[in-house]
Design a protein around this ligand. Structure first.
Ligand SMILES: Cc1cc2nc3c(=O)[nH]c(=O)nc-3n(C[C@H](O)[C@H](O)[C@H](O)COP(=O)(O)O)c2cc1C
Length: 101
């Protein structure tokens, strides 16, 4: 299983996560169509759900290309400043997602 975890940086994945994904290219033939599962965890400061859509679409398109099965997403808006996730429903959602696997 592969879990993609990133904050939103200018409506996209962090460059750190993108660098990892770009390294997939070296092993594309081995990972494409492999029997893998995946999840997506993303936090952002704003609260408009529309602003999360490009990243969700990117994740789904990547998974569709790779042929991997999505096991769930947790999208956490309003994550500003540091520590904002404390006492929100998102920590619980991630916990429940992990438990469901
Ligand atoms: C370079 C940079 C770009 C960001 N771009 C956005 C953005 O486009 N939309 C948004 O809502 N928040 C944006 N943020 C805020 C982060 O997504 C948000 O604070 C997130 O919770 C940070 O997660 P972290 O504490 O794990 O780094 C940006 C933050 C940084 C540092």
């Amino acid at each position: 299983m592969v879990v993609f975890v990133t904050p939103m940086y200018y409506f996209g994945f962090s460059s750190q996560l993108k660098a990892v994904i770009d390294r997939f290219y070296a092993v594309n033939g081995r990972i494409k169509g492999a029997s893998k599962q995946s999840a997506f965890l993303m936090a952002y400061a704003n609260t408009d759900p529309k602003e999360a859509e490009p990243m969700i679409s990117h994740y789904k398109t990547l998974l569709n290309y790779l042929g991997w099965k999505d096991r769930g997403m947790v999208i956490a808006p309003g994550m500003w400043p540091a520590g904002a996730v404390q006492n929100t429903k998102y920590s619980r959602q991630v916990y429940e997602l992990g438990k469901s696997l």
